[in-house]
Design a protein around this ligand. Sequence first.
Ligand SMILES: NC(=O)c1ccc[n+]([C@@H]2O[C@H](COP(=O)([O-])OP(=O)(O)OC[C@H]3O[C@@H](n4cnc5c(N)ncnc54)[C@H](O)[C@@H]3O)[C@@H](O)[C@H]2O)c1
Length: 167
Amino acid sequence: MNNAGIAGPFPSTFESETVEQWQRILSINVQGVFLGCKHGVPAIRGSGGGSIVNLSSLAAFLGTPDLSAYGASKGAVRQFTKTVAIDCARKGYKVRCNSVHPGVILTPMGEGILPSDKARERMRKHIPIGEFGAPEDIAYGILYLISDESRFVTGTELVIDGGMNAI
Ligand SMILES: NC(=O)c1ccc[n+]([C@@H]2O[C@H](COP(=O)([O-])OP(=O)(O)OC[C@H]3O[C@@H](n4cnc5c(N)ncnc54)[C@H](O)[C@@H]3O)[C@@H](O)[C@H]2O)c1
């Protein structure tokens, strides 16, 4: 499970984003996932096989004008996940790799992006299900992807977002 990630400062448009911010976000969000896979795959193979889950975001599918580096980083995680999945499958490694794409979840990161009640209410109206997700909503999706019940699932994207990506 490659979960670690950062976002912000919010807002950061492509015009206001600094090179230092850009590099920091891509270093943690993308290079972190790269290293997790690079070193995780041999370890998982050595233990008989298994499943990697990379935390991407709904941001991988949409423009994110106020989170420019973050959106780019999550798009990279989405694509890189497929590369690892296909490479492992073709080489006969018993390692699956999938990405999970949360919508808006009120963790410390989510709260940082929605600092006021007004901002939250505005965002809530964009969620078809009408409420924010909880960390458990994401955890249950991950549980499926790391279980043997998903043995035929690799290189795909599990979006858990209350319907936002469908509109
Ligand atoms: N909260 C959301 O709405 C949301 C939406 C989409 C995707 N995500 C993704 O879900 C994942 C988890 O986010 P969260 O909402 O729990 O955020 P969070 O800020 O609550 O937690 C992020 C975690 O990553 C760790 N971390 C950050 N940088 C690290 C580093 N360099 N080395 C080791 N650990 C580091 C932090 O210590 C923290 O425990 C992230 O990849 C995030 O991008 C979150």
